[in-house]
Each structure stands twice: as structure tokens, then as C-alpha cells.
Design a protein around this ligand. Structure first.
Ligand code: ADP
Ligand code: MG
Length: 400
């Protein structure tokens, strides 16, 4: 049996016409003698009747930290994928194909009880294999699992990608296809850079950086599962026949050092000021922040100040910690962390210089920078994001 995974995102299952294109893709692979396992997200986007955001808006959730509430929020969110899986199965039935809808739990996805962002601890494949052996198409509700005690959980936003990848790994699939509303992974989000171009081949490492640094097109954990199982991952458009992006361990040589640009908005930059004798005391602040489960990024340490950024959602907690510690500090909120992603960047001189020159020429102030072998980061003000990404996209000749 040549098993493949075909995962379809929210817009792919939003209308009868789109669902018919989904069926075309699946039936086409059956004709090529593959055994497809279909994974679906909830129908549509915020505002559409059964999307995850619409379901969430039905409850006024004031106390998101209470475990009992988070459990129930997960129950509510799981409905979205159940609806889309059953509706899609109807499309196949009308075309004469037999399907079986499986929830995450039915599909053997066992998680811990970290509701809202559960971790997968085991995957049992017996149910799916038994269905495939009967020549029936399994349709799995993405984004969800079940605890060992039998409570439904969700895997975090974008989690249907994770479902697809974890099943691809567990079932030893030939490949995993992630179908969405763009022609593949692009040099930048096409909603920000209209002339961004599709990348035909990319390595797992680079795409992981892309995903981890804000490119919504694929979930970073999905990239990890596919990479661990060494299962090729292909990103494609449900509504076109474009070849898409193939992600694998090897990558075709390209002339460009820079692969693409992405960003994460809503960052807050914090600068702590201190005198020399306060220096040691101040080191415990990072520990305090870490103990509160808050991640610190872009850290620069100087004799008289420490500068770092945090997720803007964590600002109230960090303010509390800093105020309780009686330190002198300044915050700049509404920042955006731009990530320029490439290959072996440290071996290529002049990249940071070119980035800084480009931003300077466009009068975009840079608040902080950092670099690694695959990424150069620049912190800018959020309202400069679109201009900064377009200027860098141009400067590195990434356009079509
Ligand atoms: P789905 O519901 O199919 O999972 P998502 O909205 O999660 O779709 O992901 C697709 C979206 O990701 C695209 O519409 C695009 O705007 C956005 N995106 C962000 N960065 C990139 C990128 N580098 N390449 C392609 N798409 C990107
Ligand atoms: Mg997605």
C-alpha cells in the first residue's frame, strides 16, 4: 500500500465548489494507485459560520487560565473539524467513493492534557490502516487529539498541519501534501509582497525557520514531524494545478543566498537600565521572567543596560515582575520582528550591512538586530513592517 497524506485547510473546504476540487485531488491520487489519508481543517476563516474563530466567539471566556474552562473550550473548537469532515465526506459519497470520518481520537492521536496546545504523546495507526485496507478513504478531523482519560484536546492554531505530518510519519507515508490557498511557500507572504514568488524546492531547516518566524503557511511542528520521519512535505494550492513547493532534506542549488522574508508582529522591546553595582542583581530578572514561562528573544547585554524583546501578550506579566523588582526600565511596544531567511548566512559577508543600508535608505529605524546561520533578525516598529519587507524583498532580488 502506497500511503499518502492529503491535508486541506479552511478555505479548501469552504464551499461546495472547493470541496469538489478537494475530491478531484484525492480521486486523482487513488487513480495513481495511492491510498490517501485525508485530513481537514474547520470550514473557512473568522466570520464564516463554523470556523474556529467563529466558534470561539460564541463563548465569553473570561477566565482562560482555569483548567476546566480550557477543557470545554477545546470541546467547542473540536466541533469545527467534525463539521467539515462530515460535510466533505458527503461530497465523496455523491461521487461514488466510500469514506469513514475519524476524530483525532478515532485516528489514534493521543495527547497530554495541555488544553489548547496539547502535545502528541502517541499515535496508533490500526484504525486508519484497517480502513485503508478495505479501500475506504479515511477523513480525519485535523487539529485535535484525545487524552489517555478520553478528553478531547486541540493542538494549537494551525494544528491540522501537525495532524497531517504526525500521521505521515506514523504511517510511513510516501509524502505529505498540505493544500492551502496559495501556490506554495513564497519568498514572502503574498498579502504583504504582491510580487512574491513561489519557492519550488526548500530544505526542512529553512522552512522550519520560515514557519517558526511567522510564515503562517505551515505549522513549525508539522515541519519537525515530517523532518524526523524523513517524509517529503509538499505545499500546494487546492484551487490550481501549480506544482507547489517540495520540502525535503536536500535542496536544489539556487543562486540566491536569501530564500525569503517573514515577520512576527506584536513584539515589545524592553530596556533595563542599571549601575555597575546592580549588575549581578539584574541577572536574576531573566530567571524570574523564565520561571513565569515567558520567552525572551533578541537579548543584548551591555555594562549599563540589558535590551530584550518579548511577545506583546506577555507585557502585563513582565511589567509586574520588573515593578516588583524595582528596576528602572523602558518599553517600546507595537514592534515587529522581521526575519530574513537563507542558507549559511554567516559564511557570506555583507548581508547584515545590506539589510541595514536598505532599511536606512527607506528611513526605517532599526531597534535591534541578531543573526544566526539561517536567519538575520531586525526589530522595527510595527507600522514599518510592510515597507521594510518590501524594501528587503527588492534589495535581495526575490521578486518574480
Ligand atoms: P490554511 O487554512 O490552508 O492552513 P493558512 O491561512 O494557515 O491556510 O496559510 C496560508 C496563508 O499563509 C496564505 O494565504 C498566506 O497569506 C500566508 N503566508 C504567510 N507567509 C507565507 C509565505 N512565505 N508563503 C506563502 N504563504 C504565506
Ligand atoms: Mg494553516
Amino acid at each position: 500500500m502506497k500511503i499518502i497524506i492529503q491535508k486541506f485547510g479552511g478555505t479548501s473546504v469552504a464551499t461546495e465548489q472547493n470541496r469538489s476540487m478537494v475530491a478531484d485531488k484525492v480521486i486523482d491520487s487513488i487513480k495513481k494507485e495511492y491510498s490517501p489519508v485525508v485530513v481537514v481543517s474547520a470550514i473557512g476563516r473568522a466570520g464564516d459560520p463554523y470556523s474556529t474563530d467563529t466558534l470561539l466567539s460564541l463563548i465569553n471566556n473570561n477566565n482562560i487560565d482555569m483548567e476546566v474552562e480550557n477543557r470545554e473550550i477545546d470541546l467547542l473548537m473540536c466541533c469545527g473539524e467534525i463539521i467539515s469532515a462530515v460535510v466533505l465526506s458527503d461530497t465523496f459519497t455523491k461521487r461514488g467513493y466510500k469514506t469513514r470520518v475519524l476524530t483525532g481520537g478515532n485516528a489514534g492521536i493521543i495527547t497530554d492534557d495541555n488544553y489548547g496546545n496539547a502535545n502528541i504523546i502517541d499515535v496508533g495507526t490500526e484504525n486508519i490502516l484497517a480502513i485503508l485496507e478495505q479501500g475506504i478513504i479515511p477523513i480525519i478531523t485535523g487539529f485535535q487529539g484525545i487524552t489517555e482519560k478520553g478528553d478531547l484536546t486541540t493542538l494549537g492554531r494551525g494544528g491540522s498541519d501537525v495532524t497531517g505530518a504526525v500521521l505521515g510519519d506514523a504511517l510511513n507515508a510516501e509524502y505529505i501534501e498540505i493544500y492551502t490557498d496559495v501556490d506554495g511557500i513564497m519568498t514572502a507572504d503574498p498579502r504583504i509582497v504582491p510580487n512574491a514568488k513561489v519557492i519550488s524546492n526548500i530544505s526542512f531547516n529553512e522552512v522550519f525557520q520560515f514557519a517558526d518566524q511567522g510564515a503562517k503557511v505551515i505549522h513549525p511542528r508539522a515541519v519537525e514531524y515530517a523532518m524526523n520521519g524523513n517524509v517529503p512535505l509538499i505545499i500546494k494550492n487546492t484551487l490550481s494545478d501549480a506544482p507547489g513547493t517540495t520540502i525535503s532534506t536536500s535542496r536544489k542549488k539556487s543562486n540566491n543566498t536569501i530564500t525569503g522574508i517573514t515577520h512576527i508582529a506584536n513584539r515589545t522591546q524592553i530596556t533595563i537600565f542599571f549601575t555597575d553595582c546592580e549588575n549581578n542583581e539584574n541577572n536574576s530578572i531573566f530567571e524570574l521572567i523564565g520561571n513565569n514561562n515567558i520567552c525572551i528573544e533578541l537579548i543584548n547585554v551591555f555594562r549599563d543596560q540589558k535590551i530584550f524583546t518579548i511577545d506583546g501578550n506577555d507585557q502585563a506579566k513582565v511589567d509586574e515582575i520588573l515593578n516588583n523588582s524595582h528596576v528602572n526600565y523602558r518599553t517600546i511596544n507595537n514592534c515587529s520582528k522581521i526575519a530574513v531567511i537563507g542558507n549559511r548566512l554567516i559564511e557570506v559577508p555583507g548581508i547584515m550591512a545590506k539589510i541595514l543600508k536598505t532599511l536606512d535608505e527607506n528611513k526605517i529605524p532599526v531597534l535591534q538586530t541578531a543573526d544566526s546561520n539561517t536567519t538575520v533578525w531586525c526589530l522595527v516598529m510595527e507600522n514599518d513592517t510592510i515597507r521594510a519587507i518590501n524594501a528587503l524583498h527588492n534589495a535581495f532580488c526575490l521578486e518574480k
